[in-house]
Ligand binder design. Structure first.
Ligand SMILES: [Zn+2]
Length: 351
């Protein structure tokens, strides 16, 4: 049995949610980790479904989104964390050992976040002086504001992580898991590499796994774009945060690929601006040559409303360009979010 079916047959999403620190109530509801959820609006059972943001899927999808992993990495993590056998293999953690207890798990997570938050605290302390305004008329630098705003909170959190109060620790940890994506370092080495060769080539060169992983990641990226657009589009405007989120999780290269593939496939559609079409045909595409005569890119063509998507693409192009030109340091997330006017009047965006 392969790792995917082994995991899906053995672990429910509910078990995974609880294992990774979410609190699930008696009705199988928990606060959704994929949107800002005040009351539990996610049902976790064998699968999961959020009635707030419509996130939906199986236990692998859940874990993949929770940690920002590819499906494959998520499935392997689940197999390892729960000691599931697959392909005749026994994952290394399990052999003859009891599963780790709830308490141990909380302590592992607490240690992990303690390290992360300590690093962050050190940054904040530096920023407080490094970016302090020199003249009274200077605008506050966003990092200076961030330091003022977050330092006390971070120190409180560190105290909780060191305390013996298991409940507060667990609550904090699930909060931090959500925030992790936002404060996540700019380290992009955990991104799945984009694979450009054809399936035929991949098979001949024993790289079919790489091909598959990259293809599924394109599909995940497509879903993330659709989901992010639906969450950040209020009918008139698209919040720029929609783009930040997917860029951070999937990387500029893959986001560009998925967006460009969409425009290429739908290049007949007049709702995409000429500038975006020109751009789309400059983006490198995977080789789609295959024995079967169909375009695999259909699987990751974004289905959001073309006019809204066109606004998204225009902004994404700018941000991808900025990313290429800015230093790593500047990639640190700017905490000041500005809603950006976009959407239906895409022509005005091009100027
Ligand atoms: Zn949700």
């Amino acid at each position: 049995m392969n790792v995917y079916s082994a995991v899906k047959n053995s672990i429910t999403t509910r078990q995974a949610a609880e294992f990774y620190g979410l609190t699930v109530n008696r009705n199988g509801m928990c606060k959704c980790p994929f949107h800002k959820d005040k009351n539990p609006s996610m049902k976790v059972d064998k699968r999961f479904h959020c009635f707030g943001c419509q996130a939906d899927g199986d236990v692998i999808e859940f874990t993949s989104r929770l940690f920002g992993f590819s499906r494959k990495a998520a499935a392997m993590k689940l197999a390892s964390d729960f000691g599931i056998r697959y392909n005749g293999r026994v994952s290394h953690i399990s052999t003859g050992r009891r599963p780790i207890s709830e308490e141990e798990k909380t302590e592992h997570q607490a240690a992990y976040f303690f390290r992360k938050l300590s690093d962050y605290r050190n940054h904040l302390i530096d920023w407080e002086t490094e970016y302090a305004p020199v003249n009274p008329s200077d605008d506050f630098h966003p990092r200076f504001v961030e330091a003022l705003k977050n330092l006390t909170q971070v120190e409180n959190d560190l105290d909780i992580l060191l305390s013996d109060d298991l409940n507060s620790k667990r609550m904090l940890i699930s909060e931090l898991m959500l925030k992790e994506k936002e404060v996540k370092s700019m380290n992009e080495t955990d991104l799945v590499p984009v694979y450009y060769e054809s399936p035929v080539y991949a098979r001949e060169h024993k790289e079919i796994e790489k091909f598959r992983e990259s293809h599924f990641e394109n599909v995940n990226c497509r879903r993330a774009i659709e989901e992010s657009i639906s969450r950040h589009f209020d009918g008139m405007r698209l919040n720029k945060q929609a783009i930040d989120e997917v860029l951070e999780k999937y990387g500029a290269e893959r986001v560009a690929l998925v967006l460009a593939a969409t425009v290429q496939i739908k290049s007949w559609d007049g709702r995409f601006s000429p500038a975006n079409k020109d751009w789309a045909f400059t983006v490198r595409m995977p080789n789609t040559q295959s024995a079967m005569n169909y375009d695999r890119r259909d699987a990751y063509a974004v289905t959001s409303h073309p006019a809204v998507l066109d606004g998204f693409i225009s902004h994404a192009r700018k941000m991808i360009q900025e990313k290429e030109h800015s230093s790593i340091r500047d990639e640190l997330k700017n905490p000041v979010m500005q809603p950006v006017k976009t959407a239906l009047k895409h022509d005005s965006l091009e100027r």
